[in-house]
Design a protein around this ligand. Structure first.
Ligand code: 5AD
Ligand code: SF4
Length: 478
């Protein structure tokens, strides 16, 4: 690939480095230079987000920046002067979806040569992907990564005013950048970042490379944000991190995540959630705090990945099946009503039938409320991608089906226990399928569709459950 002057391209080896250097907390990095202040005046942007909540939250920042530049949001790419895809790299099928969309939208660039077509997020951090974009997807004229969102005004200026193809991806450990603009997409529920990056380096996972090292925000910055959200009328916040349990370790914050959770709870916002927890450093103090405060929701996402010790070891998960089960039961003993969901990967390289059955047995023991199940997808640059794999795709697909049938049965059973109960629901909006029906979530994160009396989005109301399905509950407002 021919590198142009001014380009910065991703480098996986650099992205893997971890030093002892503390991340810098940047408070005034974001600036809008005078010449770009009106860059978006009269122009429209279309922003599409793929992947996890971290990406959703990043998109709120992207939208915030674009609107400060006076761009106006539109719902379809056809109306846009700027198309921006905020992408996910977790599995190949996530990438394929994006590449398909880029191809599908190419005709818009043919029609309008001034169209700015940008790609950002986790895929932009991948060497292989950026190479493909540069060489084959020439209608993409803006690429930036997860570490330099704040540079969007300058990068846009290069494309729009200097008519350059702008590619700037930084492969570094990363800093914490405060005070970026934000346009929250929800009025009642908000995401709050608490820790960026990941240092766990599970052997299958691309995230430590695309998102840099673990770096926490200062507790006061997080608490200020939560206080402001409460003042603005938000009912629910979700504390976000690739691994929230690691919160504060880099800054040596005493009490770590448990203390942060308690301080957030004391602010008194109605509902607090957090995601994702790694079983490895889930402390007893965390369980105590979750149990103690009514406004910390009784719902924990606790990815297990596999029920087999050998596979867990090769995955680099840092716990055994027995340790996971001990933690699981400790949480359930302390909070019998707490819902627990999980992530599971099937078909990790050379997984035997017996090892897969250990996962099935674990699912039968835990009876998860919800599970996100995936076929292992090799990610270039990760240790697992270099492993030989003797499991065929057919076998992986069959295992996925067996696993899904298994957890679905328990999830349905878990939901059946709600029949006749009255539960508290935070109303989200109108059900997609039927306009007279509203929908929302229970404290345990169950989706409820219900016949409303006078409820509106943002209300927390009582709903009596009248029907239980595998993935949702039906009911009536009482
Ligand atoms: N292949 C399949 N699934 C993966 N996950 C992460 N990396 C991979 C991969 N290479 C899954 C894990 C993780 C969830 C977010 O995605 O289960 O918890
Ligand atoms: Fe996807 Fe992981 Fe990036 Fe989230 S952090 S967008 S899940 S690759």
């Amino acid at each position: 690939m021919k590198k142009q002057p001014g380009w910065a391209l991703p480098n996986l080896r650099e992205a893997q480095k971890r030093t002892k250097k503390e991340a810098i907390i940047e408070r005034s990095l974001f600036q809008i230079p005078v010449e770009v202040r009106d860059l978006g005046l009269g122009k429209k942007y279309y922003l599409r987000t793929y992947g996890c909540q971290a990406n959703e939250r990043d998109s709120e920042t992207l939208a915030g920046i674009l609107e400060e530049l006076k761009f106006e949001a539109v719902e379809t790419p056809e109306e846009a002067d700027l198309i921006l895809l905020n992408t996910c790299a977790i599995r190949k099928n996530a990438e394929d979806k994006v590449l398909g969309e880029i191809g599908h939208l190419k005709h818009l660039k043919d029609k309008n040569p001034d169209l700015v077509f940008g790609l950002c997020g986790c895929m932009a951090q991948e060497e292989e992907i950026v190479q493909i974009i540069v060489e084959k997807y020439r209608h993409i004229n803006l690429v930036f990564g997860t570490h330099n969102i704040h540079r969007l005004p300058e990068l846009l200026y290069e494309v729009m005013s200097c008519h350059k193809r702008s590619i700037e991806v930084l492969s570094k450990e990363g800093d914490v950048i405060e005070n970026l603009p934000v346009r929250r997409f929800g009025k009642n529920k908000a995401w709050v970042n608490i820790i960026y990056g990941c240092d766990k380096f599970c052997t299958y996972c691309i995230v430590p490379y695309t998102r840099g090292k673990e770096r926490s925000r200062y507790m006061e910055d997080i608490l200020d944000e939560v206080r402001q959200l409460k003042a603005e009328g938000y009912k629910e916040i979700t504390l976000l991190g690739q691994n929230v349990n690691a919160y504060g370790k880099d800054l040596k914050i005493e009490g770590g995540f448990a203390r942060l959770l308690e301080e957030v709870a004391k602010i008194g916002i109605d509902r607090i959630r957090f995601t994702t927890s790694h079983p490895w450093d889930f402390s007893d103090e965390m369980i105590d705090i979750i149990a103690k405060y009514d406004n910390i929701m009784p719902f924990i996402h606790l990815p297990v990945q596999s029920g087999d010790n050998q596979i867990l070891k090769i995955m680099g998960r840092r716990y055994t099946r027995e340790q996971y089960l001990t933690l699981f039961h400790k949480i359930k003993d302390r909070m019998p009503n707490c819902a627990i969901s999980t992530d599971i990967i099937v078909g990790f390289p050379n997984e035997t039938e017996e090892q897969f059955q250990h996962t099935i047995e674990l699912v039968k023991e835990c009876q998860f409320d919800n599970a996100f199940t995936f076929i292992y997808s090799p990610r270039e640059g990760t240790p697992a991608a270099a492993m030989e794999d003797n499991v065929s795709l057919e076998v992986k697909q069959r295992r996925l089906q067996e696993l899904n049938d298994c957890w679905n049965e328990y999830a349905h059973e878990k939901n059946n226990a709600y029949l006749g109960q009255t539960v508290k629901v935070l109303v989200d909006g109108i059900s997609k399928k039927n306009e007279s029906i509203l929908s929302g979530y229970t404290e345990t994160n169950k989706l409820v569709n219900f016949k409303a009396k006078d409820a509106k989005p943002g209300d927390i109301i009582n709903v009596k459950i009248t029907e239980c399905r595998t993935f949702s509950l039906n009911g009536e407002q009482v």
